[in-house]
Design a protein around this ligand. Structure first.
Ligand code: HSE
Length: 454
């Protein structure tokens, strides 16, 4: 028999075994907070059936109380001071849905000090202060849950921490910023300008309050550093991530990539290497038939390679109000079950027990190994191509594809585009310095990385 949300027999709060509600204090009632409130209310029977008790927002802190009242209606206490929620004795769990890394850190640490569990989708907060926050939570025996911090509707934290717990994770690569994926997809499909698409992403609620975090790759790096910590059992090392966004991308290179059978995506890559880990975010050429190359709009896609499971793939909305609520509420359901278990039986914050975490160094980009896309403005002379090829050959860098295009407006020039075989970035950059010094090379090279993710 189907037990739908309208079927109140699915969960009977008055039955003898009923447990008291989990009382949630919500900080912020913007995109994430309002979505969380709405979905909790709409799906309350389903959620209570899963949690074994009702989950109710009983208190909300908001800057604009009139607006908050419009969202939550009657029966929820409204305050304008988040600390009033955090310190309130009748609140069991605090959902931090404001964002930022300063005040949010104070609220979260105070909630932990008060012995309250915390749920947050604030990837910036955890990327910057994660080690401090997790250590404080560990000491207090409370949980800080953050499924919504990475690729909102995809349960990738749970997949890595629990579902793939048997594996030595080799790499994780993903499209983990909805805004930039939306921008790249719209620019490619509709030929729209960057600014126009960014405004639309902001209107749809995908972009961060400061959209430079999205377009400069910072948001994706926040998420990648959390993924690296969970995948490899190391600390959160956002400050060591290599970060390149999409603002420097030129339409010409997107078109060249297409002509060569590739799509350009902003990718977060974390990879285990013998001497440490790679932790990097940058625009990347992916073969157009690769499943991640098919991830368009604000959707996210993440691939995880484990030694036992092989490649696994996850797809879902990467941003949005109820999409984030989906993750936040899954965390609340987990929290609702914690009261019965001893803290040491819980899933550790980073999947590994704190004493099993290891300091894995993040390798400099010079040590990264990928394939490369290079575009060079070249003199239209018979020897120019041979000179460039000779430098690459001397450096031991193999070529996979090479194409030239004349510039009809300037017949003395041509564009040279080439794809290398896999090589070390240090070797490629050294070769590039020599190439750019050639008299037949008429300007700076454009360099993009190419991943096969096989
Ligand atoms: N600004 C983020 C994105 C929101 O576009 O992916 C979800 O983290």
């Amino acid at each position: 028999m189907y037990h739908g949300p309208e079927d109140s027999s699915f969960f009977q709060p008055d039955a003898p075994a009923a447990r008291p509600s989990l009382r949630v204090g919500l900080l912020g009632i913007g995109t994430v907070g309002a979505g969380t409130f709405r979905v909790l209310r709409r799906n309350r029977h389903e959620i209570a059936g899963r949690a074994g008790r009702p989950i109710e927002v009983t208190m909300v802190a908001a800057r604009n109380l009139a607006r908050a009242a419009d969202v939550v209606g009657e029966g929820v206490a409204l305050v304008d001071d988040p600390m009033a929620v955090v310190n309130h004795p009748d609140i069991d769990v605090v959902v931090e849905a404001v964002g930022g890394t300063t005040a949010a850190r104070d609220w979260v640490l105070q909630a932990i000090a008060q012995g309250k569990h915390v749920v947050t989708a604030n990837k910036a907060l955890l990327a910057v202060h994660g080690s401090e926050i997790f250590a404080a939570a560990q000491a207090q025996g409370v949980s800080v849950a953050f499924e919504g911090a990475v690729a909102v509707s995809i349960p990738i934290i749970k997949a890595l921490r629990e579902g793939l717990g048997a594996n030595r994770i080799e790499w994780v690569a993903g499209i983990i910023n909805g805004t930039t994926n939306f921008i790249l997809s719209e620019m490619r499909a509709k030929g729209l300008a960057f600014e126009q698409v960014l405004q639309e992403a902001q209107r749809l609620g995908y972009a961060e309050a400061d959209p430079s975090f999205d377009v400069e790759g910072v948001d994706a790096a926040h998420k990648a550093s959390l993924l690296a910590a969970i995948a490899f059992g190391t600390s959160v090392q956002f400050e060591r991530a290599h970060i390149e966004g999409i603002t420097g991308l030129q339409a010409e290179d997107i078109a060249w990539a297409e002509a060569l059978g590739y799509r350009v995506k902003l990718l977060g890559v974390v990879k285990r290497r013998e001497q440490g880990i790679e932790l990097r975010v940058h625009p990347t050429l992916l073969p157009e038939q690769h499943l991640l190359a098919q991830v368009n709009g604000s959707m996210n896609g993440i691939m995880v390679q484990g030694d036992a499971c092989g490649p696994t793939l996850y797809y879902g909305a990467g941003a949005g109000s109820e999409q984030t609520a989906s993750a936040v509420i899954a965390d609340l359901i987990d929290v609702s079950r914690l009261a019965d278990g001893r803290p040491e039986q819980r899933v550790p914050h980073l999947g590994f027990r704190p004493e099993a975490l290891r300091e894995l160094p993040v390798l400099p980009m010079a040590e990264t190994r990928t394939r490369y896309y290079l575009r060079l403005p070249l003199a239209n002379t018979p020897s120019a191509l041979a000179e460039v090829s000779a430098v690459l050959e001397t450096a031991g860098i193999g070529l996979q594809t090479l194409q030239k295009k004349a510039d009809p407006a300037r017949p003395e020039r041509q564009q040279l585009v080439l794809l290398t075989q896999e090589c070390r970035e240090r070797d490629l950059r050294q070769a590039l310095t020599r190439i750019e010094a050639l008299a037949s090379v008429l300007g700076a090279a454009t360099l993009l990385r190419v991943e096969n993710l096989e």
